[in-house]
Design a protein around this ligand. Structure first.
Ligand code: LFR
Length: 495
Protein backbone atom coordinates (compact mmCIF):
# COMPACT_ATOMS: atom_id res chain seq x y z
CA UNK A 1 0.00 0.00 0.00
CA UNK A 2 0.93 3.68 0.28
CA UNK A 3 1.56 6.41 -2.25
CA UNK A 4 4.59 6.64 -4.50
CA UNK A 5 5.54 8.77 -7.51
CA UNK A 6 7.39 7.42 -10.53
CA UNK A 7 8.53 8.65 -13.90
CA UNK A 8 8.06 6.62 -17.06
CA UNK A 9 10.47 7.69 -19.77
CA UNK A 10 8.78 6.26 -22.86
CA UNK A 11 10.36 6.95 -26.22
CA UNK A 12 8.78 5.76 -29.45
CA UNK A 13 9.97 6.03 -33.02
CA UNK A 14 7.97 9.21 -33.65
CA UNK A 15 7.74 10.83 -30.20
CA UNK A 16 8.89 10.53 -26.63
CA UNK A 17 7.41 11.54 -23.30
CA UNK A 18 8.17 11.73 -19.64
CA UNK A 19 5.09 10.71 -17.71
CA UNK A 20 4.60 11.02 -13.96
CA UNK A 21 2.77 8.09 -12.42
CA UNK A 22 1.21 8.68 -9.04
CA UNK A 23 0.36 5.35 -7.46
CA UNK A 24 -1.91 5.08 -4.47
CA UNK A 25 -2.57 1.59 -3.20
CA UNK A 26 -2.26 0.05 -6.65
CA UNK A 27 -4.29 2.71 -8.44
CA UNK A 28 -2.33 4.70 -11.00
CA UNK A 29 -2.79 8.25 -12.23
CA UNK A 30 -0.67 9.49 -15.13
CA UNK A 31 0.38 13.07 -15.90
CA UNK A 32 2.51 13.79 -18.95
CA UNK A 33 5.15 16.32 -17.91
CA UNK A 34 7.16 16.53 -21.13
CA UNK A 35 6.70 15.53 -24.75
CA UNK A 36 9.20 15.70 -27.61
CA UNK A 37 9.50 14.65 -31.22
CA UNK A 38 11.63 11.80 -32.48
CA UNK A 39 12.51 10.45 -35.89
CA UNK A 40 15.41 8.78 -37.63
CA UNK A 41 17.60 11.08 -39.68
CA UNK A 42 20.13 10.41 -42.39
CA UNK A 43 23.67 11.10 -41.08
CA UNK A 44 27.10 9.73 -41.96
CA UNK A 45 25.72 7.40 -44.59
CA UNK A 46 23.06 5.81 -42.43
CA UNK A 47 19.62 6.33 -40.99
CA UNK A 48 20.31 7.18 -37.33
CA UNK A 49 18.68 8.15 -34.08
CA UNK A 50 19.87 11.29 -32.33
CA UNK A 51 20.17 9.52 -29.00
CA UNK A 52 22.24 12.30 -27.42
CA UNK A 53 19.47 14.75 -28.33
CA UNK A 54 16.86 12.41 -26.91
CA UNK A 55 18.83 12.15 -23.67
CA UNK A 56 18.85 15.96 -23.41
CA UNK A 57 15.02 15.82 -23.68
CA UNK A 58 14.94 13.15 -20.97
CA UNK A 59 16.81 15.55 -18.66
CA UNK A 60 14.35 18.34 -19.49
CA UNK A 61 11.49 15.98 -18.65
CA UNK A 62 13.04 14.90 -15.36
CA UNK A 63 13.58 18.56 -14.45
CA UNK A 64 9.87 19.30 -15.04
CA UNK A 65 8.99 16.22 -13.03
CA UNK A 66 11.08 17.46 -10.10
CA UNK A 67 9.38 20.87 -10.30
CA UNK A 68 5.94 19.26 -9.96
CA UNK A 69 6.67 16.46 -7.47
CA UNK A 70 9.01 16.60 -4.50
CA UNK A 71 8.56 12.93 -3.60
CA UNK A 72 9.73 11.03 -6.68
CA UNK A 73 10.74 7.46 -5.84
CA UNK A 74 12.01 6.04 -9.11
CA UNK A 75 12.39 6.33 -12.86
CA UNK A 76 11.99 3.63 -15.54
CA UNK A 77 12.95 3.73 -19.21
CA UNK A 78 11.42 2.04 -22.25
CA UNK A 79 11.92 2.53 -26.00
CA UNK A 80 11.34 0.55 -29.17
CA UNK A 81 13.34 -2.66 -29.42
CA UNK A 82 16.29 -4.14 -31.35
CA UNK A 83 18.44 -1.00 -31.72
CA UNK A 84 21.60 -0.42 -29.73
CA UNK A 85 24.55 1.90 -29.24
CA UNK A 86 28.12 0.69 -29.49
CA UNK A 87 30.49 1.60 -26.65
CA UNK A 88 34.27 1.48 -26.67
CA UNK A 89 36.35 0.14 -23.77
CA UNK A 90 36.04 3.50 -21.99
CA UNK A 91 32.25 3.44 -22.16
CA UNK A 92 32.09 6.10 -24.88
CA UNK A 93 29.39 5.95 -27.54
CA UNK A 94 31.21 5.33 -30.85
CA UNK A 95 28.47 6.85 -33.05
CA UNK A 96 24.82 7.78 -32.83
CA UNK A 97 22.88 4.50 -33.07
CA UNK A 98 21.79 3.24 -36.48
CA UNK A 99 18.02 2.98 -36.88
CA UNK A 100 16.43 -0.39 -37.60
CA UNK A 101 14.85 0.93 -40.82
CA UNK A 102 18.31 1.55 -42.30
CA UNK A 103 18.86 -0.69 -45.31
CA UNK A 104 22.23 -2.13 -44.23
CA UNK A 105 20.54 -5.41 -43.21
CA UNK A 106 20.34 -6.49 -46.84
CA UNK A 107 19.22 -9.93 -48.03
CA UNK A 108 22.93 -10.79 -48.47
CA UNK A 109 23.63 -10.00 -44.80
CA UNK A 110 20.70 -12.20 -43.73
CA UNK A 111 21.89 -15.02 -45.97
CA UNK A 112 25.37 -14.69 -44.45
CA UNK A 113 23.93 -15.18 -40.96
CA UNK A 114 21.89 -18.17 -42.07
CA UNK A 115 25.04 -19.80 -43.45
CA UNK A 116 26.31 -19.93 -39.88
CA UNK A 117 22.96 -20.72 -38.27
CA UNK A 118 20.07 -21.81 -40.50
CA UNK A 119 16.76 -20.00 -39.90
CA UNK A 120 15.01 -23.03 -38.39
CA UNK A 121 17.85 -23.55 -35.91
CA UNK A 122 17.68 -19.89 -34.96
CA UNK A 123 13.94 -20.18 -34.34
CA UNK A 124 14.37 -23.27 -32.20
CA UNK A 125 16.55 -21.20 -29.85
CA UNK A 126 15.32 -17.61 -30.00
CA UNK A 127 11.69 -18.18 -31.06
CA UNK A 128 11.64 -14.95 -33.06
CA UNK A 129 9.70 -14.15 -36.21
CA UNK A 130 11.96 -13.30 -39.09
CA UNK A 131 12.38 -9.54 -39.39
CA UNK A 132 15.34 -8.12 -41.30
CA UNK A 133 16.21 -5.67 -38.54
CA UNK A 134 16.49 -8.09 -35.61
CA UNK A 135 19.62 -7.11 -33.67
CA UNK A 136 21.66 -10.12 -34.72
CA UNK A 137 21.33 -9.16 -38.39
CA UNK A 138 22.23 -5.56 -37.59
CA UNK A 139 25.32 -6.82 -35.75
CA UNK A 140 26.28 -8.96 -38.72
CA UNK A 141 26.28 -5.80 -40.85
CA UNK A 142 28.24 -4.01 -38.12
CA UNK A 143 30.94 -6.69 -38.07
CA UNK A 144 31.93 -5.49 -41.55
CA UNK A 145 32.19 -1.87 -40.41
CA UNK A 146 35.42 0.03 -39.68
CA UNK A 147 34.28 0.77 -36.12
CA UNK A 148 33.85 -2.88 -35.17
CA UNK A 149 37.40 -3.47 -33.81
CA UNK A 150 36.82 -0.68 -31.27
CA UNK A 151 33.51 -2.08 -30.01
CA UNK A 152 33.50 -3.32 -26.42
CA UNK A 153 29.76 -3.41 -25.70
CA UNK A 154 26.49 -3.29 -27.58
CA UNK A 155 23.92 -1.59 -25.35
CA UNK A 156 20.19 -1.56 -26.10
CA UNK A 157 18.74 1.95 -26.20
CA UNK A 158 16.81 2.00 -22.90
CA UNK A 159 19.83 0.44 -21.22
CA UNK A 160 22.03 3.15 -22.71
CA UNK A 161 19.77 5.82 -21.22
CA UNK A 162 19.87 3.89 -17.92
CA UNK A 163 23.67 3.88 -18.15
CA UNK A 164 23.79 7.64 -18.70
CA UNK A 165 21.45 8.16 -15.74
CA UNK A 166 23.16 5.81 -13.27
CA UNK A 167 26.51 4.57 -14.56
CA UNK A 168 25.18 0.98 -14.30
CA UNK A 169 25.67 -1.01 -17.49
CA UNK A 170 23.04 -3.73 -17.88
CA UNK A 171 20.81 -5.45 -20.43
CA UNK A 172 17.15 -5.64 -19.51
CA UNK A 173 15.80 -9.06 -20.36
CA UNK A 174 12.50 -8.30 -22.20
CA UNK A 175 14.33 -6.14 -24.69
CA UNK A 176 17.23 -8.62 -24.82
CA UNK A 177 14.68 -11.12 -26.16
CA UNK A 178 14.43 -9.05 -29.35
CA UNK A 179 18.15 -9.34 -30.15
CA UNK A 180 17.70 -12.88 -31.44
CA UNK A 181 20.59 -13.93 -29.23
CA UNK A 182 18.57 -14.87 -26.16
CA UNK A 183 17.37 -18.41 -25.58
CA UNK A 184 13.57 -18.11 -25.35
CA UNK A 185 13.34 -20.97 -22.84
CA UNK A 186 16.17 -20.15 -20.43
CA UNK A 187 16.03 -16.37 -20.97
CA UNK A 188 19.81 -16.14 -20.96
CA UNK A 189 22.08 -15.25 -23.85
CA UNK A 190 22.84 -18.28 -25.96
CA UNK A 191 26.61 -18.81 -25.76
CA UNK A 192 26.26 -21.19 -28.70
CA UNK A 193 24.60 -18.61 -30.98
CA UNK A 194 27.07 -15.90 -29.98
CA UNK A 195 29.98 -18.20 -30.77
CA UNK A 196 28.59 -19.34 -34.10
CA UNK A 197 27.99 -15.73 -35.14
CA UNK A 198 31.49 -14.78 -34.07
CA UNK A 199 30.26 -12.34 -31.42
CA UNK A 200 32.03 -11.93 -28.06
CA UNK A 201 30.25 -13.73 -25.24
CA UNK A 202 30.03 -10.54 -23.17
CA UNK A 203 29.11 -8.19 -26.03
CA UNK A 204 25.92 -7.33 -24.13
CA UNK A 205 26.27 -6.28 -20.49
CA UNK A 206 24.85 -8.61 -17.80
CA UNK A 207 21.09 -9.20 -17.73
CA UNK A 208 18.74 -7.45 -15.34
CA UNK A 209 15.07 -8.35 -14.69
CA UNK A 210 12.16 -5.88 -14.72
CA UNK A 211 11.59 -4.70 -11.19
CA UNK A 212 15.26 -4.79 -10.19
CA UNK A 213 16.88 -1.59 -9.04
CA UNK A 214 19.51 -0.39 -11.50
CA UNK A 215 21.10 2.30 -9.34
CA UNK A 216 20.90 5.87 -8.09
CA UNK A 217 21.20 8.98 -10.26
CA UNK A 218 24.72 10.10 -11.17
CA UNK A 219 25.81 13.39 -9.53
CA UNK A 220 25.73 15.15 -12.92
CA UNK A 221 22.12 14.02 -13.46
CA UNK A 222 21.16 15.28 -10.00
CA UNK A 223 22.83 18.59 -10.88
CA UNK A 224 21.14 18.87 -14.29
CA UNK A 225 17.61 17.99 -13.13
CA UNK A 226 17.42 19.14 -9.52
CA UNK A 227 15.97 15.73 -8.58
CA UNK A 228 17.01 14.45 -5.16
CA UNK A 229 19.89 11.95 -5.08
CA UNK A 230 17.53 9.47 -3.40
CA UNK A 231 15.71 8.82 -6.71
CA UNK A 232 16.63 5.48 -8.22
CA UNK A 233 16.33 4.01 -11.67
CA UNK A 234 14.39 0.74 -11.76
CA UNK A 235 14.47 -1.71 -14.66
CA UNK A 236 11.03 -2.08 -16.25
CA UNK A 237 9.81 -3.93 -19.32
CA UNK A 238 12.22 -1.73 -21.27
CA UNK A 239 10.97 -3.00 -24.62
CA UNK A 240 8.01 -0.62 -25.06
CA UNK A 241 5.78 -3.48 -26.18
CA UNK A 242 6.56 -5.41 -22.98
CA UNK A 243 5.42 -2.42 -20.92
CA UNK A 244 2.38 -1.92 -23.16
CA UNK A 245 1.27 -5.52 -22.56
CA UNK A 246 1.63 -5.03 -18.78
CA UNK A 247 -0.57 -1.95 -19.19
CA UNK A 248 -3.39 -3.76 -21.03
CA UNK A 249 -6.46 -3.41 -18.80
CA UNK A 250 -7.56 -7.01 -19.31
CA UNK A 251 -10.13 -8.53 -17.00
CA UNK A 252 -11.60 -11.29 -19.21
CA UNK A 253 -9.08 -14.18 -19.44
CA UNK A 254 -9.82 -14.66 -23.15
CA UNK A 255 -8.07 -11.50 -24.26
CA UNK A 256 -5.68 -10.57 -27.03
CA UNK A 257 -3.90 -7.29 -27.59
CA UNK A 258 -3.07 -4.95 -30.41
CA UNK A 259 -0.38 -2.56 -29.25
CA UNK A 260 -1.04 0.03 -31.89
CA UNK A 261 1.58 2.65 -32.67
CA UNK A 262 4.28 2.86 -35.32
CA UNK A 263 3.83 -0.92 -35.43
CA UNK A 264 0.84 -3.01 -34.52
CA UNK A 265 1.93 -5.80 -32.24
CA UNK A 266 -0.85 -8.36 -32.33
CA UNK A 267 -0.96 -11.38 -30.06
CA UNK A 268 -1.42 -13.11 -26.73
CA UNK A 269 0.33 -13.30 -23.40
CA UNK A 270 1.40 -16.87 -22.65
CA UNK A 271 3.18 -18.66 -19.81
CA UNK A 272 5.71 -20.32 -22.12
CA UNK A 273 7.03 -19.93 -25.65
CA UNK A 274 5.55 -21.84 -28.61
CA UNK A 275 8.50 -22.97 -30.73
CA UNK A 276 6.70 -25.29 -33.12
CA UNK A 277 7.20 -25.47 -36.89
CA UNK A 278 3.64 -24.15 -37.31
CA UNK A 279 4.45 -21.11 -35.26
CA UNK A 280 7.64 -20.50 -37.21
CA UNK A 281 5.86 -20.84 -40.54
CA UNK A 282 3.20 -18.37 -39.44
CA UNK A 283 6.11 -16.12 -38.44
CA UNK A 284 5.02 -15.68 -34.83
CA UNK A 285 7.47 -14.35 -32.31
CA UNK A 286 8.04 -15.33 -28.69
CA UNK A 287 9.33 -12.20 -27.03
CA UNK A 288 10.05 -12.04 -23.33
CA UNK A 289 7.40 -10.44 -21.14
CA UNK A 290 7.49 -9.10 -17.61
CA UNK A 291 7.31 -11.78 -14.85
CA UNK A 292 8.66 -14.43 -17.20
CA UNK A 293 5.62 -14.28 -19.45
CA UNK A 294 5.87 -14.81 -23.21
CA UNK A 295 4.61 -12.22 -25.67
CA UNK A 296 3.40 -14.46 -28.46
CA UNK A 297 2.76 -12.01 -31.27
CA UNK A 298 3.40 -10.85 -34.79
CA UNK A 299 4.61 -7.49 -35.97
CA UNK A 300 1.88 -6.19 -38.22
CA UNK A 301 2.51 -3.06 -40.20
CA UNK A 302 1.31 -0.14 -38.14
CA UNK A 303 0.35 3.50 -38.21
CA UNK A 304 3.75 4.05 -39.82
CA UNK A 305 1.98 3.56 -43.14
CA UNK A 306 -0.36 6.39 -42.22
CA UNK A 307 2.24 8.71 -40.65
CA UNK A 308 4.60 8.27 -43.60
CA UNK A 309 1.74 9.03 -46.01
CA UNK A 310 0.98 12.20 -44.06
CA UNK A 311 4.67 13.09 -44.19
CA UNK A 312 4.77 12.66 -47.99
CA UNK A 313 1.71 14.85 -48.40
CA UNK A 314 3.12 17.60 -46.27
CA UNK A 315 6.46 17.36 -48.12
CA UNK A 316 4.44 17.98 -51.27
CA UNK A 317 3.50 21.28 -49.67
CA UNK A 318 -0.11 20.39 -48.96
CA UNK A 319 -0.31 19.08 -45.40
CA UNK A 320 -3.44 17.06 -44.69
CA UNK A 321 -5.79 17.45 -41.78
CA UNK A 322 -5.91 13.99 -40.24
CA UNK A 323 -9.29 14.37 -38.55
CA UNK A 324 -10.75 15.49 -41.85
CA UNK A 325 -9.21 12.63 -43.79
CA UNK A 326 -10.42 10.07 -41.25
CA UNK A 327 -13.91 11.44 -41.47
CA UNK A 328 -13.90 11.17 -45.27
CA UNK A 329 -12.29 7.73 -45.12
CA UNK A 330 -15.04 6.60 -42.75
CA UNK A 331 -17.65 7.37 -45.39
CA UNK A 332 -16.01 5.25 -48.09
CA UNK A 333 -17.47 1.84 -48.91
CA UNK A 334 -16.36 -1.40 -47.24
CA UNK A 335 -15.21 -3.18 -50.36
CA UNK A 336 -12.17 -1.03 -51.13
CA UNK A 337 -8.64 -2.32 -51.76
CA UNK A 338 -6.73 -4.26 -49.11
CA UNK A 339 -2.97 -4.73 -49.17
CA UNK A 340 -0.54 -6.90 -47.23
CA UNK A 341 0.73 -4.43 -44.63
CA UNK A 342 3.45 -6.89 -43.59
CA UNK A 343 5.18 -6.61 -46.95
CA UNK A 344 8.81 -5.65 -46.33
CA UNK A 345 8.59 -2.98 -49.02
CA UNK A 346 6.86 -0.75 -46.44
CA UNK A 347 9.68 -0.84 -43.87
CA UNK A 348 11.86 1.92 -45.32
CA UNK A 349 10.85 5.60 -45.14
CA UNK A 350 9.68 7.85 -48.01
CA UNK A 351 7.06 7.83 -50.71
CA UNK A 352 4.47 5.77 -48.87
CA UNK A 353 1.33 6.63 -50.90
CA UNK A 354 3.11 5.63 -54.08
CA UNK A 355 4.24 2.32 -52.59
CA UNK A 356 0.68 1.65 -51.40
CA UNK A 357 -0.71 2.32 -54.88
CA UNK A 358 1.87 0.07 -56.45
CA UNK A 359 1.01 -2.72 -53.99
CA UNK A 360 -2.69 -2.39 -54.89
CA UNK A 361 -1.94 -2.45 -58.59
CA UNK A 362 0.27 -5.55 -58.27
CA UNK A 363 -2.40 -7.33 -56.25
CA UNK A 364 -4.95 -6.60 -58.96
CA UNK A 365 -6.95 -4.36 -56.62
CA UNK A 366 -8.54 -0.99 -57.20
CA UNK A 367 -5.86 1.69 -56.93
CA UNK A 368 -6.67 4.36 -54.32
CA UNK A 369 -6.75 7.77 -55.95
CA UNK A 370 -7.63 10.31 -53.29
CA UNK A 371 -5.87 10.75 -49.97
CA UNK A 372 -8.98 9.55 -48.15
CA UNK A 373 -8.90 6.38 -50.25
CA UNK A 374 -5.27 5.79 -49.30
CA UNK A 375 -6.14 6.25 -45.61
CA UNK A 376 -9.12 3.89 -45.89
CA UNK A 377 -6.93 1.32 -47.63
CA UNK A 378 -4.30 1.50 -44.88
CA UNK A 379 -6.80 1.17 -42.04
CA UNK A 380 -8.86 -1.58 -43.68
CA UNK A 381 -5.65 -3.47 -44.46
CA UNK A 382 -4.46 -3.15 -40.86
CA UNK A 383 -7.81 -4.42 -39.59
CA UNK A 384 -7.67 -7.38 -41.99
CA UNK A 385 -4.16 -8.19 -40.77
CA UNK A 386 -5.30 -8.05 -37.13
CA UNK A 387 -8.09 -10.52 -37.92
CA UNK A 388 -5.81 -12.92 -39.77
CA UNK A 389 -3.17 -12.75 -37.03
CA UNK A 390 -5.65 -13.38 -34.20
CA UNK A 391 -7.11 -16.38 -36.01
CA UNK A 392 -3.60 -17.77 -36.43
CA UNK A 393 -2.77 -17.12 -32.77
CA UNK A 394 -5.88 -19.04 -31.72
CA UNK A 395 -4.96 -21.93 -33.98
CA UNK A 396 -1.34 -22.07 -32.87
CA UNK A 397 -2.12 -21.95 -29.14
CA UNK A 398 -5.53 -23.60 -28.91
CA UNK A 399 -6.85 -20.56 -27.06
CA UNK A 400 -10.08 -18.62 -27.69
CA UNK A 401 -10.04 -14.86 -28.04
CA UNK A 402 -13.21 -12.99 -27.08
CA UNK A 403 -11.93 -9.49 -26.38
CA UNK A 404 -9.35 -7.55 -28.33
CA UNK A 405 -7.67 -4.74 -26.40
CA UNK A 406 -6.33 -1.99 -28.62
CA UNK A 407 -3.83 0.12 -26.66
CA UNK A 408 -1.48 2.93 -27.69
CA UNK A 409 -2.03 5.76 -30.15
CA UNK A 410 -4.23 3.66 -32.42
CA UNK A 411 -6.82 3.41 -29.64
CA UNK A 412 -7.71 7.01 -30.50
CA UNK A 413 -8.44 6.13 -34.10
CA UNK A 414 -12.16 5.31 -34.02
CA UNK A 415 -12.27 4.22 -37.64
CA UNK A 416 -9.41 1.78 -37.13
CA UNK A 417 -11.00 0.36 -33.97
CA UNK A 418 -14.38 -0.11 -35.65
CA UNK A 419 -12.82 -1.73 -38.71
CA UNK A 420 -10.84 -4.00 -36.34
CA UNK A 421 -14.04 -5.05 -34.55
CA UNK A 422 -15.75 -5.72 -37.88
CA UNK A 423 -12.82 -7.67 -39.35
CA UNK A 424 -12.13 -9.77 -36.26
CA UNK A 425 -15.80 -10.28 -35.41
CA UNK A 426 -14.89 -9.61 -31.79
CA UNK A 427 -15.42 -6.86 -29.27
CA UNK A 428 -12.67 -4.27 -29.30
CA UNK A 429 -11.91 -2.40 -26.10
CA UNK A 430 -9.86 0.68 -26.92
CA UNK A 431 -7.49 2.37 -24.49
CA UNK A 432 -5.52 3.47 -22.74
CA UNK A 433 -3.45 5.50 -25.19
CA UNK A 434 -0.64 5.60 -22.63
CA UNK A 435 -0.59 1.83 -21.90
CA UNK A 436 3.19 1.73 -22.26
CA UNK A 437 3.80 4.44 -19.65
CA UNK A 438 1.19 2.75 -17.46
CA UNK A 439 2.93 -0.64 -17.65
CA UNK A 440 6.28 1.02 -17.02
CA UNK A 441 4.91 2.69 -13.85
CA UNK A 442 3.13 -0.49 -12.65
CA UNK A 443 6.40 -2.41 -12.53
CA UNK A 444 8.14 0.40 -10.64
CA UNK A 445 5.24 0.67 -8.19
CA UNK A 446 5.50 -3.01 -7.35
CA UNK A 447 9.19 -2.58 -6.59
CA UNK A 448 8.31 0.38 -4.35
CA UNK A 449 5.51 -1.56 -2.64
CA UNK A 450 2.62 0.76 -3.57
CA UNK A 451 1.23 -1.95 -5.84
CA UNK A 452 1.39 -5.68 -5.25
CA UNK A 453 0.49 -9.00 -6.75
CA UNK A 454 0.43 -10.70 -10.11
CA UNK A 455 0.03 -8.89 -13.42
CA UNK A 456 -3.63 -9.97 -13.42
CA UNK A 457 -4.21 -8.43 -10.02
CA UNK A 458 -2.47 -5.22 -10.97
CA UNK A 459 -4.35 -5.03 -14.29
CA UNK A 460 -7.68 -5.47 -12.56
CA UNK A 461 -6.89 -2.58 -10.22
CA UNK A 462 -5.92 -0.22 -13.06
CA UNK A 463 -8.77 -1.34 -15.37
CA UNK A 464 -11.19 -0.30 -12.70
CA UNK A 465 -10.14 3.30 -13.12
CA UNK A 466 -9.99 3.56 -16.91
CA UNK A 467 -12.44 4.83 -19.48
CA UNK A 468 -12.36 2.33 -22.28
CA UNK A 469 -14.29 2.65 -25.48
CA UNK A 470 -16.11 -0.43 -26.70
CA UNK A 471 -16.56 -1.26 -30.39
CA UNK A 472 -18.84 -4.15 -31.24
CA UNK A 473 -18.61 -5.82 -34.66
CA UNK A 474 -21.01 -4.02 -36.91
CA UNK A 475 -24.47 -5.51 -37.12
CA UNK A 476 -24.43 -6.21 -33.38
CA UNK A 477 -24.25 -2.81 -31.62
CA UNK A 478 -22.78 0.56 -32.41
CA UNK A 479 -19.85 1.99 -30.45
CA UNK A 480 -20.66 2.92 -26.87
CA UNK A 481 -18.87 3.68 -23.63
CA UNK A 482 -17.89 1.47 -20.76
CA UNK A 483 -16.40 2.69 -17.51
CA UNK A 484 -17.17 5.77 -15.51
CA UNK A 485 -16.57 8.82 -17.62
CA UNK A 486 -15.46 9.55 -21.15
CA UNK A 487 -12.31 11.53 -21.75
CA UNK A 488 -12.34 11.41 -25.51
CA UNK A 489 -15.22 11.99 -27.82
CA UNK A 490 -14.82 9.34 -30.44
CA UNK A 491 -15.97 10.23 -33.89
CA UNK A 492 -18.61 7.85 -35.02
CA UNK A 493 -16.82 5.31 -37.12
CA UNK A 494 -19.65 4.99 -39.60
CA UNK A 495 -22.85 6.87 -40.29
C1 LFR B 1 7.24 -1.05 -31.21
C2 LFR B 1 8.49 -1.89 -31.36
C3 LFR B 1 8.19 -3.29 -31.79
C4 LFR B 1 9.49 -3.67 -32.43
C5 LFR B 1 9.76 -2.42 -33.22
C6 LFR B 1 11.18 -2.20 -33.59
O1 LFR B 1 7.54 0.24 -30.83
O2 LFR B 1 9.24 -1.91 -30.17
O3 LFR B 1 7.81 -4.15 -30.73
O4 LFR B 1 9.43 -4.81 -33.22
O5 LFR B 1 9.30 -1.37 -32.39
O6 LFR B 1 11.97 -2.10 -32.46
Amino acid sequence: GGRTVHAAIDIGASSGRVVAGVVDDGRVELHTVHRFANGAVRAKGRLRWDLSGLFAEVLVGLTRLGERFDDVTSVGVDTWAVDYGLLDADGRLLAEPTAYRDDRTSPAVLAGVHEHVPADELYAVNGLQSLPFTTLYQLAAEQQDVLWPRVRHAVLLPDLIGYWLTGALRTEVTNASTTGLLDARTRTFSADLLRRLDLPEDLFPPLVQPGERLGGLLPEVVAATGLPASVSVVAVGSHDTASAVVGVPATDPRWAYVSSGTWSLVGLELDAPVLTAGSREANFTNEGGVDGRTRFLRNVGGLWLLSESLRSWSDEGEPADLADLLEQAGRLPDDGPVIDVDDERFIAPDDMPERIRRACREAGQAVPGTRAEVVRCVLASLAAAYARTLDQAERLTGRRVEVVHVVGGGAQNALLCQLAADATGRTVLAGPVEATALGNVMVQARTAGSSTGTLEEMRARTADRLDLRRYAPVGVHGPDDVGTATQTTATKARP
